[in-house]
Design a protein around this ligand. Structure first.
Ligand code: SF4
Length: 469
């Protein structure tokens, strides 16, 4: 192995993506190149999620896969971090003894120290700064890889959550709210912009509950301060809690010109008895009041949401309320999950909905939301949208993926002048939307721009589009 390299595989939410970005930064400053494939790496890092049972099974499956790589090269090191590492440390030590080190979500600094120490054991690197920047996060299923990875900078504003929804493992794994000082968040956001971020995504489990622990400032104030960073082009955040949006906060956010017009507002269920059992701290009508405020202050906003289907005690009538809500067409997109029992949470001890019933409800809900999402995407056809390039499409390497400001995925054929470095420095694409699908839109790049405010320069139409026009 000619260079000391590290592979970081990230599963789960944006909190984990932000943590992986931190690990990649520590690794780069310790002198590692970041590898695209675990096979090529001296150190493999698995950043895990435990929010659902299948995420946990997948993490153990990946640990099994990495064991074969360690068997092939016993000098290779394997680290597991993330929520599963925090929650399941003892069992992990027993059933995956080949893992060299386990770090919880609050131990990232120690993880950075360990990889820095290990770096000296590996052969001298031929790492150049250019390579470190080109491959900051390698091979992750959920992260954007390559030169595009720095265009969107994730900045964590808080850790943990104190709300204890009865299905959720987060407070048990990540602990209660621990808000970062505002000055620290601003300094990290500054750094990300200096490194090339065009968009800052503020992430937290309940991001809009943010309160500066040293001095004044709530989430609205934090966003206003971040928006003043010179060179920042767009701002987004995930995930807010419906309970924590006030009219005043939404009014303040609406004054921020860079704020992306997409608000993800997890509903989980439209039935009040279910919301009570989930300990969500709002009723359906209170949720809808927040939706009306969002429409008032952000007339162009796309609202997206999360649903849990088959939560313990969910009756057909409860489910019907959720289905009716989805059919009303208020959500541009929704992430829908079948309830998954998590050890240590109250709902895991309650009488469960039959799996077949839960699956059937999930299918009905997905069908309804897919129709709504398709109609939302259909309204974009024959319009032009500005989108931030994400990278080469995972499904078709001849195409690029980009995200519109309202977070719709747009897949476009690579323009004839496509070159990663060029498109990373001129990452704003004006895309003519040609087709609508349940997952997003298909289109053609017509212009690309260096800055969001620029008009951009024309891009040659790919031959395939000319043929199909
Ligand atoms: S608000 Fe509820 S679902 Fe969200 S992280 Fe906190 S406990 Fe979990």
């Amino acid at each position: 192995m000619p260079v000391a390299s590290i592979y970081i595989e990230t599963h789960g939410c944006q909190m984990n993506e932000a943590d992986s970005q931190y690990i990649a930064d520590r690794a780069a400053s310790a002198g590692y190149a970041v590898a695209d494939r675990a096979e090529d790496a001296n150190v493999v890092i698995l950043n895990t999620c435990t929010v659902r049972d299948n995420a946990e099974r997948r993490a153990y499956g990946r640990m099994g896969h990495f064991k074969s790589l360690k068997d092939a090269d016993p000098a290779r090191r394997l680290i597991v971090t993330g929520c599963l590492a925090e929650h399941d440390r003892d069992r992990m030590r027993r059933i995956a003894p080949h893992v060299d080190a386990i770090f919880g979500t609050s131990e990232l600094a120690q993880l950075g120290d360990v990889i820095t120490r290990w770096r000296e054991e590996f052969s001298e690197t031929d790492l150049t700064e250019e390579r470190a920047l080109r491959f900051p996060i390698g091979g992750s299923p959920d992260c954007v890889a390559g030169a595009f990875s720095r265009l969107r900078g994730f900045v964590t504003v808080q850790r943990g959550c104190s709300y204890y929804c009865t299905f959720c493992i987060v407070p048990h794994v990540r602990g209660r709210f621990d808000h970062r000082p505002m000055a620290e968040i601003l300094s990290e956001a500054h750094q990300r912009v200096a490194e090339g971020a065009r968009e800052i995504a503020l992430v937290g489990q309940t991001v809009n509950a943010y309160l500066n622990p040293v001095g004044d400032g709530d989430f609205g104030a934090l966003c206003s301060h971040v928006a003043r960073i010179a060179g920042l082009e767009r701002l987004s955040f995930i995930s807010p809690h419906p309970k924590d949006f006030t009219r005043e906060m939404l009014r303040e956010l609406s004054q921020i010109p860079q704020l992306n017009p997409r608000i993800h507002l997890p509903l989980q269920s439209a039935s009040d008895p279910m919301l009570r059992r989930m300990n969500r701290k709002y009723t359906f009508s209170q949720y809808m009041e927040k939706v009306s405020w969002i429409h008032e202050f952000f007339p162009q906003a796309a609202i997206t949401t999360d649903f849990i289907v088959g939560f313990p005690g969910e009756t057909e009538q409860d489910f019907q309320s959720t289905l009716d809500c989805v059919r009303s067409g208020i959500f541009a997109n929704a992430y829908m999950f079948i309830y998954s029992k998590r050890r240590g949470t109250p709902a895991a001890h309650w009488e469960q909905v039959e799996p077949a019933v839960a699956s059937e409800r999930h299918a009905r809900l997905a069908e309804a939301q897919n129709a709504v999402a398709c109609a939302f995407h259909e309204r974009k056809v024959r319009t032009e949208a500005r989108a931030l390039v994400q990278g080469v499409s995972k499904k078709d390497r001849s195409k690029l993926a980009a995200k519109t400001l309202d977070n719709v995925t747009v897949i476009v054929p690579q323009p004839p002048d496509y070159e990663e470095r060029l498109y990373a420095s001129e990452p704003w694409l004006d895309v003519r939307i040609d087709s609508a699908h349940k997952w997003g839109c298909g289109g053609t790049v017509v212009r690309r721009a260096r800055r969001f405010a620029d008009r951009g320069s024309a891009v040659k139409t790919p031959l395939i589009s000319l043929l199909t026009a």
